[in-house]
Design a binder for this molecule. Structure first.
Ligand SMILES: [Zn+2]
Length: 242
């Protein structure tokens, strides 16, 4: 029988039975080397062809499927064979860089940060809208009050636009109307200031929220980053990807 041997990714042979049995005894071959001979569908462990003496425990019971290679191809090298178990294939995987608790902490940073940034953007947009709407509402209320006092429209327009009245316009107003105008001026100024301050505080808070969320998210992202490794399909040994 002409048998080929695949040992340490190197193929030798053909050998006859005597040579192989002698090699097994001397240690030149081992029962976990691969063997192939004419008519076999795939490489098998040597102990499938030459049963191992019962004194020694049998090696891996299930031989892996290895495609038959033409015996002529001498320096063919199986792509990325595992060096830990000797027969598993190494495949590319992505693994977390850091240990599981750290990755969990990373996600605890990352997820609220994304939510925080969204809320910050909404607040920023919202505080601008509220400021504008508040100013408009206050102006509308003042107009209604001044109309109720019988104050002429052109004067009301001047009051809400923060323009000063001429002497003629002032003298046309009754003392009651005058005090209503003064009151309207101060309340409009107050509401405008309030709306402006509100928008400013809202804007500052939302920008601070966005920035701190972004920083938190960055930290979280660093903690959950992955790296490329090679992992054995048989024994799960992990090797750093070159
Ligand atoms: Zn392996």
């Amino acid at each position: 029988m002409n048998t080929y041997i695949l040992k340490n990714d190197e193929q030798t042979g053909p050998y006859d039975d005597e040579t192989i049995l002698a090699g097994l005894q001397s240690g030149a071959f081992s029962y976990t080397d691969y063997a192939w001979r004419e008519g076999m569908a795939e490489w098998q462990f040597l102990n499938m062809l030459y049963p191992q003496p019962p004194a020694v425990a049998a090696p891996a019971p299930v031989p892996p499927v290895i495609p038959v290679a033409a015996p002529s191809g001498r320096n063919q090298q199986p792509t990325l064979t595992c060096r830990t178990c000797g027969y598993g294939e190494l495949v590319k995987r992505k693994k977390f860089r850091l240990s599981t608790p750290v990755v969990v902490i990373g996600y605890l940073f990352l997820i609220p940060s994304i939510v925080g940034m969204l809320i910050g953007c909404m607040l920023l947009f919202g505080s601008g809208l509220v400021g504008t709407a508040g100013g408009a509402a206050a102006e509308q209320q003042t107009r209604t009050e001044l109309v109720a006092k019988g104050i002429p429209g052109p004067i009301i327009n001047k009051v809400v636009a923060f323009e000063s009245l001429t002497a003629d316009e002032t003298s046309a107003l009754t003392p009651d109307q005058m005090s209503a105008v003064e009151e309207a001026k101060s309340s409009l100024a107050g509401s405008k200031l309030g709306a402006g301050a509100g928008a400013l505080i809202g804007g500052t808070v939302s920008i601070a929220l966005i920035i701190s969320s972004f920083v938190g998210g960055l930290i979280g992202w660093l903690l959950v980053m992955k790296k490329k490794v090679l992992q054995c399909t048989q024994c799960s040994a992990v090797v750093a990807a070159s």
